[in-house]
Design a protein around this ligand. Structure first.
Ligand SMILES: Nc1ncnc2c1ncn2[C@@H]1O[C@H](COP(=O)(O)OP(=O)(O)OP(=O)(O)O)[C@@H](O)[C@H]1O
Length: 635
C-alpha cells in the first residue's frame, strides 16, 4: 500500500497511482442548495485535490472524508412532483403525498422542518469554528464520542430524553416487540469501533443469549443542525429501505432498529443491529496485494455487486451511493451492499412499481463514482444552470458500477471527478469519442456487443478483454442517455458469462444468522420497566396493534405520534394471558424461545470456488477482526 505521506506526490489529476486516496475523495456530495453553511464549516481549499492528498491518506476514514448530502433534511417527503431533489428546499412536501392522504397538522410540522437546513458534520458537532481541516488527524482516525457526553452545550448533538420508540416511525410490518438494544445484546468486550461513516459508528455486539452470535451495531449520530425529528425520520427511512432489501444474498441484512443506551462504549440514541461484515471492498482494493488478484475473481466481485444493485432497482430503490466502501464482504466472502443512507424509492408511488420514475436533482453520491450529470450541480464549478437537468437516479448507480469495475481492474481510480475540470475525465471523454469514431461507430447502440476499447486505451489496458472493457465503458458512459442500464448490463453476453462463486438464487433469509430476541422492555409512564417474556405465541406479529395502520410512505412522510399516544405493544400467550410483568429492572429470562432464532443452515451457497477471503487474508494478514477503517488508519 502506498504510504500516506507519499500520496500527495503520487496523486495527480490525470492518474492516481493508489486507490488510497479513494476513500478521501469518496466523500458524499453536498447539495449545492445547502452548502452555504458547509462552506463556512468544512470548506475545502481550491487546491484541495493536490494539496490535501497527503492528508487524505492519513485521514482516510470515512468520517473524515465524507460530506453527507443535505437532501436528508426531509427524507420522507414523497410527493407527486417529478423531482426528487437532493436538496431540502426541493423536497418540501407542499404537494400532497402520493398516497393521497390529506394534510394534517403533522404535515404542517414537516413543512416547517423541511425548511431547516441540515449540513453534514462528520463529528456531529456544530460549533462555529468546526471545519474538516480543524479536526485533528487523530480525531479523524478515531473519532472519540466522549465529548458527546457533555449535554449542557446546545451545540452538542445528543438526542433529548426520552429517546423515541423506533416503532413509532416504522410501518406495522417492521415493528418489533423489542426495541431496547440492551434487552438482547451486549457490546463486544473488544470495545473497538469496526467502522465509521459520516453519521455513524459501527461496533460489534453479541447476543446476550448466545455469545458466539456477533452482529454489527450501526450507532447513528445526529448531524449538524439536525433536529431530533429529522434525525428520527432520516434514520427510520434508512432502516425501512435496508430492511425492505434484507434477505437478498448481496444485501447486508439489517435486522432491528433499537434504542441504544449511554454506556462507556457510546452515547444514547438509535442504532441498527445488522449482519456483521468482515471488511469492506475498499479495504481489499487498497492493499498492495490486490494487484495480484486474478481478473476472474475481480469480475466475480463486480458481478456480485451488480446483482445487489439490480435487486435494489427491482425493488424500486436506487442506492445512489455505490462505491467500494459500501460493499461489505461477509465471512463467507460474499459481497453485500450496505449504507442506504441516501437511497430512495425511485417511483413516484413507491408502492406501485409501474408508476413513473421520479427524477433527481442536486448532488448526490461520492465524487469518483458520481456521473457528470450530478457534478453539474456542484456550485463551486459554476456550470451553466442549463446543464443542471433532472436525472434518473438509477443511472447514477450504473455509473458507479462502471467506475467500480475500472477501479477493480486498474487497481486505481480512473479519475477524481467526472467533470470537465478533471483532466483525467476529459481524457476519458476524448478517448471514448475517439473509440466510437475510429473503431466502433455503433459502440453506444443498444445490443452492440462488439469488443470495446483495447490496450491502446489507457483505461481499458488492463482488462485483457475487449468485452469486459466494453461493459465498464458502457456503464461509465458520460452520456446518461446512452449509458448502460442495469437491464442492459444483465443482457450483455460478457457479463452473463462471468462466473461467480456465489449462487444468487439462494435466499439469504435461510442462510443468514438472525438475532435471538427474548426480552422486551418498555418504560411505562410511571417509569417502571415492563419486561415481557417472548413465547412461541408471542413471536407472531401483534394482532391488536395500538398503532393506526399506516403505509410505509405514510409513516415516512409524517411526524411521529405524540409521545403520550401509543401504549407499549401488548402481548399475550395463547390463553390471552398478558405476559408483561412489572419490575424495576428487566428480569433475565429463560433461554427457551426465540423470535428470530432460526439456526443457520449449512453452507454459504458456493457454486464455484473463488478465494476472495483467502486473497484478503493473504493480503492483509490475519486481520479478520480488524475493520477496514482500522486497516486504513494503521497503514
Ligand atoms: N454491518 C457492518 N459490518 C461491518 N462493518 C460495517 C458494517 N456496516 C458498516 N460497516 C463499516 O462502517 C463503515 C461506515 O458504514 P456506513 O457506510 O453504513 O456509514 P455511513 O455513515 O452511512 O457512511 P457514509 O459516510 O458513507 O455516509 C463502512 O464503510 C464499513 O467499513
Amino acid at each position: 500500500m502506498t504510504a500516506p505521506s507519499n500520496q500527495s506526490k503520487k496523486i495527480s489529476q490525470q492518474s492516481i497511482s493508489s486507490v488510497s486516496a479513494l476513500k478521501f475523495f469518496g466523500k458524499k456530495l453536498l447539495s449545492s442548495k445547502h452548502e452555504t453553511k458547509l462552506k463556512k464549516k468544512a470548506s475545502l481549499p481550491a487546491d484541495f485535490h493536490s494539496a490535501s492528498a497527503a492528508k487524505s491518506g492519513a485521514s482516510s476514514s470515512k468520517s473524515s472524508s465524507s460530506l453527507k448530502i443535505s437532501h436528508l433534511s426531509n427524507p420522507f417527503a414523497h410527493t407527486t412532483a417529478s423531482t426528487c431533489s437532493s436538496s431540502g428546499a426541493a423536497r418540501i412536501p407542499s404537494t400532497p403525498r402520493a398516497n393521497g392522504h390529506s394534510s394534517t397538522p403533522r404535515n404542517v410540522s414537516i413543512t416547517k422542518l423541511s425548511n431547516e437546513r441540515i449540513v453534514y458534520n462528520p463529528y456531529g458537532v456544530s460549533t462555529a469554528g468546526t471545519s474538516l481541516s480543524s479536526v485533528s488527524t487523530s480525531a479523524k482516525k478515531n473519532p472519540d464520542l466522549g465529548f458527546y457526553l457533555h449535554d449542557g452545550d446546545s451545540n452538542i448533538r445528543m438526542l433529548p430524553i426520552p429517546i423515541v420508540d423506533p416503532n413509532e416511525y416504522l410501518p406495522d410490518a417492521m415493528k418489533e416487540i423489542s426495541v431496547q438494544m440492551s434487552d438482547n445484546f451486549v457490546f463486544d468486550d473488544e470495545n473497538k469501533t469496526i467502522g465509521w461513516g459520516g453519521s455513524c459508528e459501527v461496533r460489534k455486539v453479541r447476543s446476550k443469549f448466545r455469545k458466539k452470535d456477533v452482529f454489527a451495531l450501526k450507532k447513528l449520530n445526529m448531524i449538524y443542525d439536525e433536529t431530533p425529528e429529522k434525525f428520527y425520520k432520516r434514520c427510520s427511512k434508512e432502516f425501512i429501505i435496508a430492511k425492505q432489501l434484507s434477505g437478498h444474498v448481496h444485501i447486508t441484512n439489517t435486522f432491528l432498529l433499537v434504542k441504544v443506551p449511554t454506556t462507556v462504549y457510546t452515547t444514547r440514541g438509535w442504532g441498527f443491529v445488522m449482519e456483521l461484515g468482515l471488511r469492506d471492498l475498499f479495504a481489499m482494493i487498497q492493499r498492495s496485494g490486490w494487484r495480484n488478484v486474478a481478473l476472474a475473481e475481480k469480475f466475480c466481485i463486480f458481478k456480485q455487486v451488480a446483482r445487489g444493485v439490480k435487486f435494489c432497482h427491482d425493488q424500486g430503490i436506487a442506492h445512489r451511493d455505490i462505491k467500494p466502501e459500501n460493499v461489505l464482504l461477509s465471512p463467507d466472502g460474499v459481497c453485500k451492499l450496505t449504507d442506504f443512507g441516501i437511497s430512495d424509492w425511485y417511483h413516484k408511488d413507491p408502492h406501485d412499481l409501474t408508476s413513473p420514475v421520479k427524477q433527481c436533482a442536486g448532488m448526490i453520491g461520492s465524487p469518483p463514482y458520481a456521473p457528470p450529470e450530478v457534478m453539474y450541480y456542484d456550485s463551486k464549478k459554476h456550470y451553466d444552470p442549463q446543464l443542471q437537468q433532472p436525472y434518473d437516479p438509477r443511472a447514477l448507480d450504473c455509473y458507479g458500477l462502471g467506475i467500480i469495475l475500472m477501479t477493480l481492474v486498474n487497481n486505481t481510480l480512473p479519475f477524481m471527478e467526472s467533470c470537465s475540470f478533471d483532466s483525467g475525465f476529459r481524457d476519458y471523454c476524448s478517448a471514448y469519442e475517439n473509440f466510437e469514431r475510429v473503431h466502433n461507430r455503433s459502440f453506444r447502440n443498444r445490443g452492440n456487443y462488439r469488443p470495446g476499447p483495447g490496450t491502446e486505451y489507457h483505461l481499458a489496458r488492463n482488462f485483457q478483454s475487449g468485452h469486459a472493457a466494453r461493459v465498464a465503458w458502457r456503464l461509465a458512459d458520460p452520456a446518461i442517455v446512452t449509458r448502460y442500464t442495469i437491464l442492459d448490463l444483465f443482457e450483455d453476453p460478457w457479463f452473463q458469462g462471468v462466473e461467480t462463486c456465489v449462487d444468487d438464487a439462494v435466499d439469504d433469509r435461510v442462510t443468514c444468522k438472525k438475532p435471538i430476541i427474548k426480552t422486551t422492555t418498555y418504560e411505562n409512564p410511571r417509569g417502571f420497566h415492563i419486561a415481557a417474556t417472548t413465547t412461541a405465541a408471542a413471536t407472531a406479529k401483534p394482532t391488536s396493534n395500538p398503532f393506526p395502520i399506516r403505509s410505509m410512505v405514510d409513516i415516512a412522510g409524517s411526524s411521529p405520534a405524540p409521545a403520550t399516544a401509543p401504549p407499549p405493544l401488548a402481548r399475550s400467550n395463547n390463553s390471552g394471558e398478558a405476559l408483561f410483568t412489572l419490575c424495576e429492572t428487566p428480569p433475565r429470562l429463560p433461554d427457551k424461545h426465540t423470535l428470530h432464532g432460526k439456526r443457520r443452515t449449512a453452507s454459504p451457497h458456493r457454486t464455484l470456488v473463488h478465494h476472495h477471503l483467502n486473497i484478503t487474508d493473504s493480503v492483509v494478514g490475519n486481520s479478520s477482526s480488524i475493520a477496514p477503517s482500522q486497516l486504513l488508519a494503521s497503514t
